[in-house]
Design a protein around this ligand. Structure first.
Ligand SMILES: *[C@@H]1O[C@H](CO)[C@@H](O)[C@H](O)[C@H]1NC(C)=O
Ligand SMILES: *[C@@H]1O[C@H](CO)[C@@H](O)[C@H](O)[C@H]1NC(C)=O
Length: 237
């Protein structure tokens, strides 16, 4: 047991060490990652002139050039997405290397929210909200199993499926991150009935109170007032 923990510790340390040293940029990157695009030359010759171009313009300011001419991103941002090309020349002005690397930077996936609405006959529609993000794709889960071929923002549930009382959740993902919503259990029927029942009971109670007021309170009050008025009238005479 303790040996396993020791191994796990070593593996974790290895990962930590790896993530600290700057790696070569992959194709898909999470915003904030630091990485390097390597410059390579024929026979590793030392270039005396280097040209880096990002898409059609120069390289942005937050990016620095290493001693060997490689491009270093200390923290990639969305605007760093695109194609990077380099040309390297020697003293004589002859080209000794060129290359092209494309990167795409993604934001972290936000946590989606799931909401549902019911029809009168107890069917339901689940909706997954992720905001205005075109880089994200969706998956739906019923309990902890992914529902195959459901990647639209809406899922339809028949009343039979609703009555199973199973939790649903959706997951937003792009190539570098994913995030899952809280689970939602749809309950159409209960909500409907209990709301209606509550309304009916309230109405019954209110109507009863009105009747009680009308038939029990008001006639005696009226009677006693009338009697008092009559007395006042007679005493004034
Ligand atoms: C999911 O998104 C929330 C906020 O949108 C964030 O705080 C959380 O760290 C994310 N989780 C993962 C695993 O990326
Ligand atoms: C509810 O679902 C059933 C079966 O899936 C369907 O026949 C019916 O038309 C649906 N009702 C509504 C209001 O969508």
């Amino acid at each position: 047991m303790s040996c396993q923990y020791y191994l796990l510790f070593l593996v974790l340390c290895g990962f930590a060490a790896l993530s600290v040293s700057t790696e070569t940029c992959g194709k898909d990157l999470l915003e904030g990652t630091s990485c390097i695009i390597k410059l390579t030359t024929r026979n590793n010759q030392k270039p005396s002139e280097i040209k880096w171009v990002h898409d059609t313009h120069g390289v942005s300011e937050g990016v620095s050039m290493e001693e060997d001419g490689s491009l270093k991103f200390s923290s990639v941002s969305l605007k760093d997405t695109g194609k990077y090309t380099f040309n390297a020349y020697n003293d004589a002005g002859a080209e000794i290397g060129k290359g092209e690397v494309e990167i795409k930077v993604y934001e972290k996936a936000p946590k989606p929210a799931v909401k549902f609405s019911c029809t009168k006959d107890g069917n339901a529609t689940l909706k997954c909200y992720i905001g205005e993000r075109e880089d994200l794709t969706l998956s739906w889960y019923k309990e902890d199993k992914m529902i195959q071929n459901e990647n639209k923002p809406q899922v339809f549930l028949s009343s039979t499926q609703v009555q199973e009382n199973k939790p649903y959740s959706c997951e937003a993902h792009n190539p570098v991150s994913s995030n899952k919503s809280e689970s939602v259990t749809v309950s159409c029927f209960e909500k409907h009935i209990s709301k209606n029942k509550f309304g009916i009971w309230i109405s019954i109670v209110v109507i009863c109170l009105v009747f009680i007021l009308l038939f029990l309170f008001i006639p005696p009050l009226h009677g006693s007032c009338a009697a008092r008025c009559e007395r006042q009238k007679t005493s004034r005479k």
